[in-house]
Design a protein around this ligand. Sequence first.
Ligand code: PLP
Length: 409
Amino acid sequence: MTSSGFSVEAARAAIPQLKVQVRGKGLVYLDSGATTLKPQSVIERVSRYYLNENSNVHRGAHYLAEAGTYAYESARQIVADFVGATTKEEIVFTRGTTESLNLVASALSDSGRLKGKQIIVSEMEHHSNIVPWQLAANRSGATLVAVRIDDRGEIDRGHLRELLGKQTAVVALTACSNVLGTIVPVKEIAADVHAAGSLLVVDAAQSVTAERVDVKSWDADFVAFSGHKVFAPFGIGVLWAKKGILEELPPYQGGGSMIHQVTFENTTWADVPQKFEAGTPNVGGALGLGEAISWFQAQNPDLAMAHAKSLAEKARQELSAIEGVTVYGAPMKRTSIVAFNLNGVHASDVATVLDQQGIAVRAGHMCCQPLMVRLGTKAIVRASFSIYNTAAEVESLLVGVRKAKEMLN
Ligand code: PLP
C-alpha cells in the first residue's frame, strides 16, 4: 500500500490474467479501453451464483429463486450507488453500452419524439453512438447531424450552440473519447442542451473508469455504460435514466417479465425498470458487475484513476518525443488513452511487432470511422492504461515502439 492509499501491487495481485505468459514473456496489457481485465473476486462471484444461487429471477417462489432475485436486485443497488442514481429503479440492466443506446434511440423513436426532428452526435462518437441514431432517424424522418471537434479533440461548443434549436430532439455524446481520451464537460453541455429543450444522452463507456460518474451532477437524461469496461464480465451493461422518463417511454422489446397483464387485445407494462428488461436477464453478469464495482471502489478510485492517467501522460510525452511518431489529440482534460501512429507504417503492423514482445494494444479504426476521417488516417494504434498498469509497462511500450520503428521503417 502506498502512503496515498492506492496500491498498484494489490490491484495487480487481484487480477489473474496478468499471470498469462505471451510467447514466454509476461503480459503487458495496454488494451483496457477495449475491455478491462477481471479480478478473481468477480470471476468467483459469477461462479458462486451458478454453484449456489442458479435460478431465474423475479418469477420463482422457491429458495434459489429468492436468493437469485435478492442478489440481482442488490447488484442493481450497487450500480445505483456507484453512479449516484436517486433510486435503483433508474437502473436498467442491458447487454452493454450498445444495447443501452439502441434502447434509448428505439424508444424515443417509437414515442414519436424524433419525428421530423434533429439528432446531434459528435465527430468523435463510437459507431454505437451513431448507428442506432441513424436507424432511429430513418424510422422517424429525423435528421442526423454531427457537431465538430477542434484540433485538440474537444467538442466545438460554439458549433454545438449553432446547431441546437427548437428542432433538436436529442444530443448524444460520449463523455470520454475512446480514441483521443477527451473528457467531455458533460455538465456544461447539459445546460446548453436543456436550454434548447432537448434531451442529452451520454455514452459513458470509457468514463466509468476515467472519472467519478455522478448522474445528478452531470444532469444528463440518459447514461449508458458496459460492465466489461469496469472489471465486470461481458454481456452486462447499464442504462440510467430518471424514473419519470423511463415511465413515459414505450418498451424496447416485448416478452416475459416486462408485462403487467397480457391479453390478445392488449398488454400493459410492468413497472420500470422491468418494463425494459424483457426475457431472462444475465443474472450472473449483473452479480459480477456488482462485485466488480465493489472491488473498484475498494481500490480508492480517485487515486487509482489518477495513477492510470499519469502512466498515459508519461507514454504520451515519451511517444511524442520519438521522431516519426504522431500522437493524436491534445484535449485539456483527458484520460488514460493514447492514440498514435508510426508515420508511414500501418497501425496493425505496429501492433503485431508489439504483440511479439507480449504487449497488447489495439490497432484499427476503433469503431470510429468518421473520427478517422477527421484525423486524416485510416487507423491508429491505441495504448489504454488501467489501474493495474505500471511505469515499467510504459517503458516496455516505448522500447516496443522504438523496435517497431527500426523493423518497419
Ligand atoms: N462507446 C464507447 C466510447 C466505447 O469505447 C465502446 C466500446 O469500445 C462502446 C461505446 C461500445 O461498448 P460495447 O461494445 O461494450 O457495447
